[in-house]
Design a protein around this ligand. Structure first.
Ligand code: OGA
Ligand code: NI
Length: 360
């Protein structure tokens, strides 16, 4: 498609703006008053559910033997929040720190080195500073790096940063570990929906799934009350594992029309349900809107790992979850078709999955 070949305007790196010590946020990043951070933020200490996955695997360390308590907690979290944090998830804490800090190093490399990876809206792979190709759009206060891990045919180390020298190896191991963890979570979600444990994985394409990484870099911002690091959106894919910055909060999740600030537990992953699982579960599980705030004295780095269906498979509500009382809420659509929306228009709350609802 023609409109996806290039950005509609010259790209400005938010990090460069921040480094140039501008005192005011340029107009392009200023949100209309109703969208600004202060609105409906919940000051209380409510947090998303924290779930300990220790004891999930049997004595052989391989077979899934989920205790009923863990199943129940995950089931409630998926229904009530669409978001939860997991600890004792089996991924080494050192690997999590290495991955995040390798990316932080990348973003602190000289601009010329990073520009070599500048991305285009065609595939989004590489170093980017906007989502969506609408001319004149109000932008978010962040830069990012996007890369593919699966399918293997899309994985191209040359599109991953060559520096810092450890990055490719660390990210390779990190991604492999996260694919495994997502596989376990997919089984738990299937069991909780009353399906065979491999049901959702098969619906995603079995071993033929997609997995990609979006590393977000949120530079310091001189007027954090006027802008957002990332506008409200639900994740279009299957399931997301977010590694947040250990020391800097910023992610907010929408709950009962309030924005709840996530307080990350040490070495936890934040798990959230994406639009494709909302569709497959016929809205028993909801992909919940979230956004990111920035601040004036600390940068923030986060790694969002997206576990997605094979892009050519039709995703539709699972037959077992469609009944006379609860007919299919969504028509079938491939993930390839689905993600065009966010790629063209950028983050727009939950407008896409909602607009798909079959008229009745
Ligand atoms: C995302 C996302 C949240 C964060 O990349 O989709 O929601 O905290 N990131 O950076
Ligand atoms: Ni997201």
């Amino acid at each position: 498609m023609n409109s996806l070949n290039d950005w509609p305007e010259p790209i400005v790196r938010v990090q460069s703006l921040s480094d140039s010590a501008v005192l005011a946020v340029p107009d392009r990043y200023i949100k209309p008053p109703p969208e600004r951070p202060s609105l409906n933020s919940d000051p209380s200490d409510v947090n998303i559910p924290l779930i300990d996955l220790g004891g999930l695997l049997g004595c052989d360390g391989n077979t899934l033997q989920p205790p009923a308590t863990i199943l129940t907690k995950i089931s409630e979290a998926c229904r009530e929040w669409g978001f939860f944090q997991v600890v004792n998830h089996g991924v080494r804490p050192e690997l999590m720190d290495l991955a995040r800090e390798a990316w932080r190093e990348f973003f602190h490399l000289p601009m010329e080195l990073k520009q070599a990876y500048a991305n285009s809206p065609k595939t989004y792979e590489g170093y980017g500073s906007r989502l969506g190709v609408e001319k004149g759009a109000i932008l978010d206060w962040s830069d990012y790096y996007f890369l593919h891990f699966l399918p293997a045919s899309l994985k191209d180390h040359n599109k991953w940063p060559a520096l810092p020298a450890s990055l490719r190896e660390v990210i390779e191991e990190y991604s492999a570990e996260l694919v495994k963890l997502c596989g376990v979570l997919m089984k738990i979600l299937s069991i909780n929906l009353g399906l065979r444990e491999d049901h959702l994985q098969k619906a995603f394409g079995g071993t033929n799934i997609g997995a990609c990484l979006r590393v977000n870099f949120y530079p310091k911002c001189p007027q954090p009350d006027l802008t957002l690091g990332l506008s409200p959106h639900s994740d279009p894919g299957g399931m997301t594992l977010l590694l947040p910055d250990q020391h800097v909060a910023g992610l907010q999740v929408r709950k009962d029309n309030k924005w709840i600030t996530v307080k990350p537990a040490p070495h936890a992953f934040i798990v959230n349900v994406g639009d494709q699982i909302q569709v497959l579960s016929n809205a028993i599980y909801k992909s919940v809107e979230h956004r990111v705030l920035v601040n004036s004295d600390k940068e923030r780095v986060s790694l969002a790992f997206f576990y997605n269906p094979n892009s050519d498979l039709v995703i539709e509500p699972v037959k077992e979850l469609v009944t006379a009382e609860k007919p299919a809420l969504y028509p079938g659509m491939t993930y390839d078709e689905y993600r065009l929306f966010i790629r063209l228009r950028g983050p727009r709350g939950k407008s896409q999955v909602e607009s798909l609802k079959s008229p009745r």
